[in-house]
Ligand binder design. Structure first.
Ligand SMILES: Cc1cc2nc3c(=O)[nH]c(=O)nc-3n(C[C@H](O)[C@H](O)[C@H](O)COP(=O)(O)O)c2cc1C
Length: 164
């Protein structure tokens, strides 16, 4: 939703060809519902109406300005690794994010960067076998923005406790 899944990029240029599917086209419930709820919360907080395509594009374009953050990292993975190794990438990113928090820093992982992966490559010059999974904006949160955290699914929707 905020990753720039609109038809056109903010500049009107075509997106770079996708190297992986960011969301299945017909993502099922409850994931679709959670995604819609996230979009409503995020755009609602920014005061952008659902039908305001221009506003949504403007909001999405903040992705490629790192939401004003001064630093970014770009996370690549070897495109020959299999689906199970995507969990390694997630764990690696989570560890980086926790370490950043331990230093008082904030972060926003962004798949949106994969949509401009060729431009990112010009800066990063990655080895040929690597593909860009995501970027991550890093900086200190601007508390004055007063943006509320987006919601999370309740524990009992995502975890089953079994009494032994
Ligand atoms: C792998 C991954 C990719 C994401 N990509 C984007 C993105 O491109 N743009 C965006 O605005 N949010 C993206 N998000 C969501 C935000 O990074 C962030 O997790 C969400 O806004 C909730 O923020 P909070 O954890 O600080 O509450 C992504 C999250 C993950 C885990």
């Amino acid at each position: 939703m905020t990753e720039g899944d609109e038809d056109a990029s903010p500049t009107g240029d075509p997106w770079d060809e996708a190297e992986y599917v960011q969301y299945p086209p017909d993502v099922k419930s409850p994931y679709s519902d959670r995604r819609s709820a996230f979009g409503e919360q995020r755009y609602g907080a920014l005061d952008v109406a659902r039908e305001d395509l221009e506003g949504r594009r403007r909001a999405a374009s903040a992705n490629w300005q790192c939401f004003g953050a001064p630093a970014a990292l770009f996370c690549y993975t070897d495109r020959e690794l299999g689906p199970a190794q995507w969990s390694d990438v997630g764990m690696y990113l989570q560890t980086v994010m926790l370490l950043l928090r331990a230093e008082g820093l904030h972060r926003c992982p962004q798949m949106a960067w994969a949509k401009f992966r060729e431009s990112v490559s010009e800066i990063v010059s990655p080895p040929d076998e690597l593909m860009l999974f995501c970027g991550m904006s890093i900086g200190y949160e601007d508390a004055a923005q007063g943006l509320e955290r987006t919601g999370r699914a309740p524990l009992d929707e995502t975890v089953t406790f079994i009494d032994g």
